[in-house]
Ligand binder design. Structure first.
Ligand code: BEZ
Ligand code: MG
Length: 482
């Protein structure tokens, strides 16, 4: 054929006749992008930009103080829903009857599929029979019920909204459609969830009971399999044996495991586990609604069958070691204490902070948290530069990391070892910590010694001697002896 000499720029220039963003994309090699596809996307991005830069916090506050009308609007995570911005509105949560939304149900299915795929792989081609689940109120507000929908998806039940979008009805997903066994669950609701979402606890309890009562073979329905065993063991009806939705007693919040770890005055892990069971072992029962019943026996018997513990991270603002509440809700060692074989369950965390949800093991997630925060110079330098409270923040993070050792045993030794290198071995750093916040520094030294004393960190005698000496020095300094 005939070869024509062409100016390669000529074709490009001809195609670059659109909007600036289209021209940029063409230049970068995306020649096929269509203006009509880009227009709505960029209109939306422009809207998001306006939302982000709008600033009505003080305006709203002043208006409220002057007794003016304040425009209401939803609260939540600005990444998931830019409509929550700008702040300074008369913020409301959501209609509790409207969750899970159908979008949340779709997202939940992706996470459950990934979770089960990972568990299937990690346990040599077997599905877990039961998963212990944590539900938080605020998370379900921000995600419109994603984690709640995950529970329904595991047991194989579909929520059916009415014409107003209220979710009160459920239907069993047929096993052929589900394509796997129904997975049993143990749902620990936070006290906040219980206060906000009593209707959804009802929905979950009905969903579990529906699965338990389905006339299906045990090997395809672990909810039924376990409930049948438990009914016999505990001498209760199948329906009552299918009790899986738990929380604190009315008016009570949290397992207080976080509090124990913060204070340090706990004897042994057994004590933490008993505390978890006694505080979180109150059941919701759709057949006797309106109260939380003390249900320790069924709680323990259900936890004893758990193969995996699981929580969601729904927002990049708060992660596993930012606050004590995540390990406070974690029953990993509680489960090993109750299982007949004493085996530790697998422990998984879903990261749904981005559109592409990830499921990681708990130890991977703790590592990721340590690498990005506690051990990351950008993080701790920023904290130290912010002064007194920043130093406390670093110490608190180390202590929250130790919380995961206590409840799950999923903290690698190197995390403590590296933290010791960064904050204790480096003389310059010691000085800064001592000067910025001597009390926080003393607590940090205590935490290192406690982590070693409780068997969570093994290290050299040299490191331990240094910590003990330092403790004395800091103590003297705080008490004004030197
Ligand atoms: C919740 O939203 O359920 C929650 C909030 C703070 C701490 C623990 C749980
Ligand atoms: Mg709570």
């Amino acid at each position: 054929g005939r070869v024509e000499s062409v100016n390669p720029m000529q074709g490009l220039m001809e195609r670059m006749t659109g909007t600036p963003w289209r021209n940029m994309l063409v230049q970068k090699g995306f020649a096929e992008v269509k203006e009509e596809d880009l227009t709505p996307l960029f209109a939306y991005l422009e809207f998001c930009l306006k939302q982000i830069v709008a600033d009505n916090e003080l305006g709203g506050l002043m208006g409220a103080l002057e007794g003016k009308y304040i425009l209401p609007g939803p609260g939540g995570d600005p990444i998931r829903n830019p409509e929550v911005l700008p702040t300074g509105k008369n913020m409301h949560a959501l209609d509790p009857q409207s969750i899970p939304t159908s979008a949340a149900v779709d997202c939940a299915k992706v996470v459950v599929d990934r979770l089960l795929e990972r568990l299937f792989q990690d346990s040599g081609g077997k599905y877990p029979e039961s998963i212990a689940f944590t539900l938080w109120g605020t998370d379900n507000i921000k995600t419109y019920g994603e984690s709640l929908a995950q529970v329904l998806q595991l047991v194989g039940v579909r929520p059916i909204p009415d014409s107003l979008g209220r979710v009160n009805k459920l239907e069993l997903i047929p096993l052929e459609e589900l394509g796997r066994p129904r997975i049993d669950v143990v749902v620990s609701c936070s006290g906040v969830f219980r206060d906000l979402f009593i209707n959804q606890m009802n929905l979950l309890d009905r969903g579990v009971k529906m699965a338990a009562e389905a006339d299906e073979p045990s090997e395809m329905n672990f909810v039924r399999k376990h409930a049948l065993e438990q009914a016999k063991e505990l001498g209760v009806s199948l329906r009552d044996a299918a009790t899986r939705v738990f929380s604190n007693a009315a008016g009570s919040y949290s397992a207080n495991v976080g509090l124990a770890i913060e204070n340090g005055g706990w004897e042994g892990e057994q004590q933490l586990q008993e505390q978890f069971i006694s505080r979180k072992g109150f059941a919701f029962n759709a057949d006797r609604p309106g109260m939380m019943e003390s249900a320790t026996e069924i709680f323990k018997s259900s936890l004893a069958r758990v193969d995996c513990t699981f929580q969601n991270l729904d927002s990049s603002e708060i992660s596993l070691t930012d606050v004590s509440h995540y390990f406070d809700s974690d029953p990993t060692k509680v489960v090993s204490g109750l299982r007949k074989d004493g085996k530790k369950p697998l422990s998984m965390i879903a990261d749904t902070t981005t559109a592409n949800a990830q499921v990681r093991s708990l130890s991977e997630t703790v590592r990721l948290d340590a690498r990005t925060k506690l051990l990351n110079p950008k993080f701790y330098e920023g904290m130290l530069n912010s002064g007194y409270e920043g130093a406390r923040e670093i110490t608190k993070r180390l202590r929250n990391t130790m919380g995961w050792s206590a409840t799950a045993g999923e903290v690698d030794n190197f995390i403590y070892e590296d933290a010791n290198s960064v904050f204790i071995q480096d003389e310059e750093m010691r000085k800064r910590l001592l000067e910025t916040n001597p009390n926080a520094f003393r607590d940090m030294i205590t935490t290192f010694l406690e982590a070693n004393g409780r068997g969570y960190w093994s290290t050299s005698e040299e490191n331990l001697d240094r910590l003990r000496e330092l403790y004395q020095d800091v103590e003297d300094r705080i008490e004004g002896v030197v």
